[in-house]
Structures are given as C-alpha cells and as structure tokens.
Design a protein around this ligand. Structure first.
Ligand SMILES: Cc1cc2nc3c(=O)[nH]c(=O)nc-3n(C[C@H](O)[C@H](O)[C@H](O)COP(=O)(O)OP(=O)(O)OC[C@H]3O[C@@H](n4cnc5c(N)ncnc54)[C@H](O)[C@@H]3O)c2cc1C
Length: 436
C-alpha cells in the first residue's frame, strides 16, 4: 500500500469490523467511524433483568464463521432448527411436508417439464422454479409480505439470489436429522453449504463476534461519530467529514445503507441513481411466555395474509439458553412502511394486536403472557424492485468511484447473512489494498 493516509470505514457492525480487522492484520492505517454509542450494529443482543435474550431478529450463525473469527470455543451447538408453514388451518413442515402435498408436487413437475423462457419478474421466476401451486400459495405471498411489493414488480434476482436447489435443501435437512445438528440451509453463497457447516450461538450473545473482531484496535474506533459527508474530487474520494471535522483519507469503505451513501457523497453525481433504492421496514415484537414449545417448530410461516404477521419464531426451540428454564420467547415479524398504521402504533397496541392473533394459534397465549419488547428498524430488507434493476446490477459491480467501496448487508443492498458478509468483505478489502 503506497498511500499512507488512512482508509475511513463507516460503521462498526459486522462488515465494518471485519474490514477493520483485515486492515489491522495487514498493517494498513484506518479509522473507523460509528454513528451509534456501541459497536455491533444489527448484531447487538439485548438481555433483560429476567434473563430473556433477544437480537434484531433471531440470529443463527455458523460454526465456520465462529471458527474463522476465533470464537468457536465460546459457542453452543444448535441441535435442531425446523420450519413449518401454516396453510388452510394445518401445519406443514418445510420442505418435506410441502412436497408431499400432491398438487404442489404435480405443479412442480409440470413447471420443470415445460422449461419456460427467461423470467421477467420474481413471480415468473418462482412459478418456473417451483411450480404455480407452491409459488402462488406459499412462496410469493411470503415474499410480498416480506418485501412490501407485488411479486410482479420485483426482479427475478429475488429468486436467483436464493442459495441451493430443492434437492440440496432436502439433502441438508436430512443431514441435520442424521447428525443431530442444525445444518445451515440457505445461509451461505460465498462458501459451500455442506453437512459439516451447522448453526451455533455464542454463549454471551451474537455481539461476541463483533467484540472479538474489534479486539486490538479499540482506540481506532470513533463512537458517536456519524459521517456527514464523503468528499470526492476528480472522481476520487479525498476526505470525510464527521462532527464538522474533515479527515483526509486514501479510500472509504462504507457499510451505511446504499441510498444513504448516495446522499453522503459530495463532488460527483456518480451515485445519484442509487439514492432511489428502497428498504423494507420491519417491526419485531418479542413476546415472553410461561412454558415452552408453544409453536410446532422454531419458525412458523403464514402465507395466507390472514394475520398481521408473516412469521413467528420461537428461537428457544433451537437455542434453549435464550430464556430462563420453563419459559420462552416468540418473535413476531410485522412488515410495514414508515408512517403506516403499524409503524405508528404504540408498543401496548402492537402487543395487544399480536396477542389477539396469537391466541388463534396458541389458545392460552394470553394466560401465559409475561411481557413484550418491541424493536423497529426502517431498513430490515433490501427491496429488489424491477424499476431499478439496471442500477442495482451496476451497484453490484461498483459504486462508480474507484476508491469508494460499499460493503455489508445494507451497504451492498443485498439480503446476505453474516457469513457471506464476512467472506465478501475480506475479499473486497483485499482487492482494494491491491489496487491502492
Ligand atoms: C431480521 C433480521 C434477521 C437476521 N437474521 C440473521 C441470521 O439469523 N443469521 C445471519 O447470519 N444474519 C442474519 N441477519 C443479517 C445480519 O444481521 C447482517 O448481515 C449483518 O449484521 C450486517 O452487518 P453490517 O455491518 O453490514 O450492517 P449493520 O449491522 O447494519 O452495521 C452498520 C453500522 O453502520 C453504522 N452507520 C450507518 N450510517 C453511518 C454513518 N453515516 N456514519 C457512521 N456510522 C454509520 C450503523 O450505526 C451500524 O452500526 C439478519 C438480519 C435481519 C434484519
């Protein structure tokens, strides 16, 4: 590395800390700016006085990621992970139960035999890949609830970005049963999915990953220091501004949401087109109950649009240590838009809404209820709308500024899990150092 000005990293979540850790390893100067009071970003864990833990969503990581970061010894093995779909008042296990429904299997076979042309939307992609029955009754309603957009308006990339085939999923699920470990399915694209890669959870919470990555350079992390501007001259980043102060830099690695990054950059219009990217806001209502096993499996999906939520997760069925013995926690996922009735609803009303609907699944939910904690995020999932698919593909290749990288989940505008964030970030930072 010829240039001795530091690289500025924006954000101390998993991506920013992986980048900083890699630069630290290679002895490349850097400075890490974090807007919040703490490191960890989305991987922050919360534990209340009664001993219940919750993350932003339930977080499953892999043994391969834990080992790579060096916290493998501090992790507990997840022995079971299962998903079910609630359809027509019945539970179907995913994927075995669904593929046993004759109309799903038949329409899947029909789709395979007919081949079909190049899909133009997410809806066409799913009908061609899984058959109309599975697509229209299960996959597409869930994608619409999750993204807040009609499947016809979403790009085929939503389907293309899913790792693994049905065959591979069935094999990995079967491997879970044989090994007695929750083999990771659908969590990796950068590295192969295999029977020896399974879920684990750090004893002290998922933020352990970030704490380990940050060890040795804590003094280079500037907390409560939001980046306000990224200054570009002659199509190269030259400085960043935080709290009104300029720092000259050799490059910038941003983990801020892609549409926000576009607005931070000054002195070029290269990124203007990315400012229209949209993320789906989400509300997570973490509900505490007496008893355990209130749901039939860890995750329960609701594709029929007859509940205000599309997913319930009883994470203690996979990770019993997340609640005191004999108690449990159910996370309710509600898709919303900023300013809509759900977003504006206060915590008590949201909790009551969830409780009222939960009693249709768990009749004695109200009697067992112990309390709730509501978390809201305006940027849970990137929306792959067809209307900006060309720009999204451009952004996948580059920000348009050679020494400005955008990495991480919201930074890449990609629905990626932690292991992919880790490997991709290391690869991209390696390439940045090479060309600097
Ligand atoms: C509901 C949900 C469930 C998930 N479940 C799983 C799971 O089970 N397993 C899994 O592997 N992954 C899961 N993920 C994904 C995982 O949480 C993310 O991939 C990962 O945490 C992303 O890390 P990041 O560093 O890219 O982003 P973030 O964690 O969002 O970090 C970005 C950081 O940048 C900071 N920042 C933003 N703007 C600025 C600025 N201008 N200046 C300074 N700082 C700034 C923010 O404060 C934040 O700390 C889930 C995600 C969600 C939303």
């Amino acid at each position: 590395m010829k240039n001795e000005k530091p690289i500025a990293i924006i954000g101390a979540g998993l991506a920013g800390l992986t980048a900083a850790n890699f630069l630290h390893e290679k002895r490349v100067p850097f400075v890490l700016f974090e807007a919040g009071k703490k490191i960890a970003g989305l991987t922050a864990s919360f534990k209340d006085d009664e001993g219940f833990s919750y993350d932003f969503g339930a977080h499953f990581i892999t043994n391969r990621l834990a080992d790579a970061i060096g916290v493998g010894d501090e992790c507990l093995t997840v022995k079971h992970y299962g998903e079910q779909v609630y359809l027509g008042g019945k539970y179907y296990s995913y994927p075995f139960g669904l593929v046993k429904i004759p109309r799903m299997t038949l329409s899947g076979i029909k789709a395979k035999l007919s081949g079909g042309g190049k899909p133009n939307s997410c809806a066409e992609w799913f009908r061609a890949a899984y058959g109309a029955a599975l697509a229209d009754e299960v996959a597409l309603p869930l994608i619409e609830a999750w993204s807040g957009a009609k499947a016809e308006k979403l790009s085929p990339a939503v389907g293309e970005s899913l790792p693994g085939s049905i065959g591979k999923t069935l094999y990995l699920k079967a491997a879970s049963r044989v090994t007695g470990r929750a083999v990771a399915v659908g969590y990796n694209r950068e590295m192969p999915e295999k029977a020896s890669v399974y879920h684990v959870y750090p004893e002290k919470g998922v933020a352990t990953l970030c704490e380990k990555l940050a060890s040795g350079f804590e003094d280079q992390i500037k907390l409560e220091s939001p980046i306000e501007e990224i200054i570009v001259e002659n199509e190269r980043v030259v400085a960043v501004k935080s709290k009104g102060e300029l720092t000259e830099v050799s490059a910038v690695v941003s983990t801020a949401p892609a549409n926000i990054l576009a607005k931070l950059v000054k002195g070029t219009n290269q990124l203007d087109k990315f400012s229209k990217f949209n993320y789906r806001p989400m509300i997570f209502v973490n509900m505490k109950f007496d008893g355990r096993g209130l749901l039939p499996d860890t995750v329960l999906w609701f594709p029929e649009n007859n509940f205000p939520f599309f997913r319930l997760t009883e994470a203690t069925l996979s990770m019993p240590w997340l609640a005191p013995e004999g108690k449990t926690i159910i996370t309710v996922d509600i898709g919303c838009e900023r300013g809509d009735e759900f977003w504006e609803m206060d915590e008590d009303k949201l909790t009551e809404l969830c409780l009222e609907n939960l009693t249709k699944i768990v009749p004695d939910a109200r009697e067992k209820f112990l309390g709730a904690k509501v978390l809201k995020t305006p940027i849970a999932y990137p929306k792959f709308l067809s209307e900006y698919e060309t720009e999204r593909k451009d952004f996948e290749k580059s920000t348009g500024i050679e020494n400005l990288l955008s990495i991480g989940r919201n930074g890449e505008f990609a629905h990626i899990f932690m292991e992919d964030v880790y490997w991709r970030t290391r690869r991209k930072i390696g390439e940045l150092i090479e060309r600097s």
